[in-house]
Design a protein around this ligand. Structure first.
Ligand SMILES: [Fe+2]
Length: 339
């Protein structure tokens, strides 16, 4: 097979907004997949690329008319693997086939969790790319209940469900991580399952208002100006507007959209609420959102490891609910110790 090299910048260029926008659009044409699903010998009908520094290399050439088997040496490579975004439906078919036919995937809870994560990621990518409708919200609700089922059956899979990948900084991935964290925290706090499901749905949708914020602001390198930050903060109101127009969501989901940036000290936004004005759903999502933000790398922003992130949040503990924060640290303690 001939090797085709495509130049894709790993880091955005430093010469201004326009080229950074091009970088983002270019990066959006590809979709990061989990290496766990590249099973040697299995046939795929989509092309697979690996990312080496700033180079994207075609490692498996295949399409629907000429499927090809995955080669062991390819998947042993230490790399991030990507497919073209347009091949996502073919990748979804491949995942369903794996769960049904591959013995390694049947009955393994940890592998089942990774498949759920991968499917959730695709639902969210779709949600962020298209107008929100009653039907897409229903799919999001189903996604939240799949994640809950997974965590309730085997709490340890929470570590498999969280994604800590260096190139996976998109809003859709952040939403899946925040949902996993909210669901995990709701479970250890002993909240009713229905409440946890509503929290999970709200967490998946919490940043949907970002679709109404200009990319120049969302992807800006460095600090936002106060005018830009003012626009950025409107993603909360925009999210509420979008979801209220669609309708049918429970209050416990909408509270997450509305209150995930509020702080108990009153220093948050959009309303600067404090203490009892912030509901449990808002308090849970504020911790989850902040933790995932800190542990996710973005262009020009290093990611903290779980231990450092928990330490950073603890340094501002007055902003967060004390009992929830203690439970959160306990939940992620294992991850923090091994990082
Ligand atoms: Fe947000």
């Amino acid at each position: 097979m001939s090797t085709k090299i495509i130049n894709i910048p790993e880091q955005p260029p430093e010469d201004g907004l326009q080229s950074y926008k091009e970088y983002t659009l270019n990066a959006e044409q590809y979709y990061l997949i989990d290496q766990a699903f590249l099973v040697p010998g299995q046939k795929v009908s989509f092309r697979i690329f690996s990312l080496h520094g700033q180079m994207l290399k075609l490692v498996l050439d295949a399409d629907e008319s000429a499927p090809a088997a995955i080669d062991k040496t390819t998947v042993d490579e230490k790399s991030d693997f990507l497919i073209k975004s347009s091949d996502i439906p073919l990748y979804q078919d491949y995942l369903s086939m794996l769960t049904k036919t591959d013995s390694a995937f049947k009955g393994d809870k940890s592998k089942a969790a990774v498949i759920i994560k991968e499917q959730s990621k695709m639902v969210m990518k779709d949600l962020f790319a298209n107008p929100v409708s009653r039907q897409t919200v229903e799919t999001v609700r189903d996604t939240a209940s799949h994640i809950i089922k997974c965590i309730f059956e085997e709490p340890e899979v929470i570590y498999d469900l969280l994604t800590l990948k260096k190139h996976d900084f998109y809003s859709y991935m952040h939403s899946v991580n925040v949902a996993v964290l909210c669901i995990g925290l709701g479970r250890i706090m002993g909240l009713p399952e229905k409440t946890i499901e509503h929290h999970g749905t709200g967490a998946l949708l919490h940043d949907i208002g970002k679709t109404a914020i200009p990319l120049e602001i969302l992807n800006k390198q460095g600090k936002l100006s106060s005018a830009e930050f003012h626009i950025y903060k409107t993603h909360v109101a925009q999210g509420m507007k979008i979801l209220k127009e669609v309708g049918g969501l429970p209050d416990e989901s909408l509270i997450i959209v509305l209150q995930h940036h509020e702080k108990l000290t009153g220093k948050g936004y959009p309303l600067g609420l404090s203490d009892k004005e912030i509901k449990t759903a808002g308090r849970i999502s504020a911790i989850a959102d902040c933790y995932d933000y800190l542990t996710t790398p973005r262009p020009n922003k290093y990611a903290l490891n779980p231990y450092e992130a928990l330490k950073t949040i603890a340094a501002e503990k007055e902003d967060y609910d004390r009992a929830l924060l203690a439970a959160f640290v306990k939940m992620l303690g294992k991850m923090a110790k091994t990082s």
